[in-house]
Design a protein around this ligand. Structure first.
Ligand SMILES: *[C@@H]1O[C@H](CO)[C@@H](O)[C@H](O)[C@H]1NC(C)=O
Ligand SMILES: *[C@@H]1O[C@H](CO)[C@@H](O)[C@H](O)[C@H]1NC(C)=O
Ligand SMILES: *[C@@H]1O[C@H](CO)[C@@H](O)[C@H](O)[C@H]1NC(C)=O
Ligand SMILES: *[C@@H]1O[C@H](CO)[C@@H](O)[C@H](O)[C@H]1NC(C)=O
Ligand SMILES: *[C@@H]1O[C@H](CO)[C@@H](O)[C@H](O)[C@H]1NC(C)=O
Ligand SMILES: *[C@@H]1O[C@H](CO)[C@@H](O)[C@H](O)[C@H]1NC(C)=O
Ligand SMILES: *[C@@H]1O[C@H](CO)[C@@H](O)[C@H](O)[C@H]1NC(C)=O
Length: 514
């Protein structure tokens, strides 16, 4: 904000005095501050998960004008032998950097390479990581593992072990040496916050970033465990306050969640304020292990985290998501709402499952080809009871005029495909019909239909409000429902887009609880 303000002042003076002013601000900040890069989103507008594949524990950095995500590879422990990273200028399209760190470059690491934490100091990129999932008593038996530190000349690696052994290889204060975050305070002092097994410690990092310092009482580790702490330390500073964040609950369970504390000192005390991110039975479960992105020079914050799609059961099926994180005027953090949107601006439709048809993203729309008399759908993994569901539907030119395309909701048995699902369908037909149909195990029944002006090759906004037994359908800009029915009996289920023979494109999908 200060930088933005002073830029505005400079420009103002420059115009006023008719002089040329040379700015001395770092290019990085100027670029990021340009309005089109201000990245003022409500959520991952191109859809959560914002990155495909199974990953967890996303920590963040801003390097070279790019946002970076450093996650755990979500695989069985024995296969967790590498880390990938992702970079983006706009938080929408991401470049994958595979194998930025592998156990080939960390001799003592065998498995369970976890929760990388990035830091940049004196021209070097550091990555702190856990490895080997060491248990209490094991270091005494000669087993090696814990928190390591690797270094590189580039944000994308390769990261090479800096000290040939763990930086923290034993239990202190009952904290498992995993899940570290590295935080550098305004005075340049670096701290490492870490700990699993329900205990958290903080230690100082020396200026070399590869050895630990001591506190004024000569101790190295200070226990800071907040009430209900489990793992996943994360520290940020805002307006002089220290926000310590962590995860609660079991990582394999649905109630994994993020909580936080605020302190006046980097060493605490950290009094638990409660949870800010948790599962939502309509959207996802196991939402936890967070990172934070602040858009430089703004008060725009995102929380990055992993979560589990509702119907997935593999314990490693964790996916990367972000949502907006708002601070209240009193400095507390507002509860994070996981939002469901997809504007397909990333050219992809990660998280959607299809049955039938040929689906691809074309020009920021999810497109399905026409196939006379044949049905296809692309569904999400949501479970809304009451739902407001908006999207655009564009019918291709030359469709058979009785064929239709539109939106499905309160879908159950989506895994049985378009021939076997149950749910509701709102379809637009080029003959000028908007219809609401009920599907029961794939068998369709006309619920109601009305005539409407349906042009082809234009995006038509469709909004469905399904509240209790009432379904209302809005088409185009009108705030009068085209369809309004009472007595709808299907209660809950997932959402998606569908075609019954028509070629169509779908855009700007947005779901919420009305
Ligand atoms: C972000 O966009 C919203 C809605 O358009 C607007 O009200 C808000 O002021 C913007 N915030 C910033 C920091 O630009
Ligand atoms: C810390 O250690 C130093 C050097 O061993 C010693 O001089 C000093 O008295 C110790 N301070 C405390 C508070 O124990
Ligand atoms: C449209 O398709 C239906 C079958 O889905 C067919 O009965 C009808 O003749 C077709 N109409 C035109 C104009 O092609
Ligand atoms: C969907 O939510 C309902 C409650 O509204 C619940 O009974 C049902 O088990 C949920 N289904 C899934 C797949 O989570
Ligand atoms: C569907 O049902 C409505 C109301 O029952 C009726 O007006 C309409 O003609 C039917 N449409 C079709 C295509 O059968
Ligand atoms: C929601 O749908 C599920 C099936 O997906 C069903 O088992 C459950 O009973 C429904 N919930 C309610 C509250 O009816
Ligand atoms: C989606 O919304 C954006 C922002 O309002 C708009 O510019 C774009 O044209 C919309 N796309 C579609 C397919 O409706």
């Amino acid at each position: 904000m200060h930088i933005l303000h002073s830029i505005t002042q400079h420009l103002f003076l420059a115009v006023l005095l008719h002089i040329h002013t040379t700015f001395s601000f770092p290019v990085q900040e100027l670029e990021t501050l340009q309005p089109n890069l201000q990245l003022n989103y409500t959520t991952a507008e191109a859809g959560n998960p914002f990155i495909g594949g199974w990953y967890a524990d996303p920590d963040t950095a801003i390097y070279d004008d790019l946002y970076w995500i450093y996650p755990t590879s979500s695989l069985p422990y024995e296969q967790q032998t590498f880390l990938d990273a992702f970079s983006s200028a706009d938080l929408i399209t991401w470049t994958k950097h595979p194998n930025i760190l592998t156990i080939d470059n960390v001799k003592w690491a065998k498995k369970a390479v976890w929760a990388p934490a990035p830091a940049f100091v004196n021209g070097k990129y550091y990555l702190y990581f856990g490895a080997n999932d060491i248990q209490e008593g094991e270091p005494e038996k000669g087993l090696i593992g814990g928190i390591g530190v690797a270094v590189s000349d580039h944000p994308y690696g390769p990261y090479i072990d800096a000290i040939g052994k763990p930086l923290i290889g034993e239990y202190h204060n009952k904290a498992q040496p995993i899940d570290q975050d590295v935080f550098i305070d305004d005075d340049g002092q670096a701290y490492i916050y870490y700990g699993g097994h329900e205990h958290a410690n903080v230690a100082k990092l020396n200026p070399d970033m590869i050895s630990l310092g001591t506190f004024s009482d000569n101790t190295t580790f200070k226990e800071i465990t907040p009430d209900k702490y489990v793992e996943g330390s994360q520290m940020i500073k805002r307006n002089g306050k220290y926000y310590f964040m962590w995860s609660e609950g079991g990582w394999t369970g649905p109630d994994y969640a993020v909580a936080y504390a605020i302190a006046d000192s980097p060493l605490g005390p950290f009094n638990t304020r409660g949870r800010i991110l948790q599962q939502d039975s309509a959207i996802a479960k196991g939402s936890g292990h967070n990172g934070v992105i602040r858009v430089p020079g703004t008060e725009i914050y995102y929380i990055t985290y992993h979560r589990r799609p509702l119907t997935e059961t593999d314990r490693n099926h964790r996916v990367l998501c972000y949502d907006r994180m708002y601070f209240n005027p009193d400095g507390t953090i507002a509860n994070v709402n996981m939002l469901v949107k997809d504007n397909f601006a990333d050219g992809d439709f990660v998280g959607w499952k299809t049955d039938g048809g040929e689906w691809k993203v074309v020009d920021k729309r999810l497109q399905v080809d026409a196939k006379l008399g044949s049905a296809a759908f692309a569904v999400q993994d949501t479970n809304f009871t009451d739902v407001a569901f908006e999207a655009t539907v564009q019918l291709s030119a030359g469709n058979n005029e009785t064929e239709s395309a539109g939106l499905v909701f309160k879908v159950k048995d989506a895994t049985k495909g378009v021939a076997g699902f149950s749910g509701y369908y709102v379809g637009l037909a080029p003959s000028g019909i908007v219809k609401l149909e009920t599907f029961e195990a794939g068998v369709r029944t006309n619920y109601t239909s009305v005539s409407a002006r349906i042009e082809t090759t234009v995006d038509i906004r469709v909004c469905i409000q399904a509240i209790g037994e009432n379904i209302r359908v809005f088409v185009g800009d009108s705030d009068q429902p085209k369809i309004s029915v009472e007595g709808a009996s299907l209660v809950n289920g997932t959402t998606g887009v569908a075609t019954f023979g028509a070629g169509a494109q779908f855009g700007n999908v947005s779901l919420s609880k009305p």
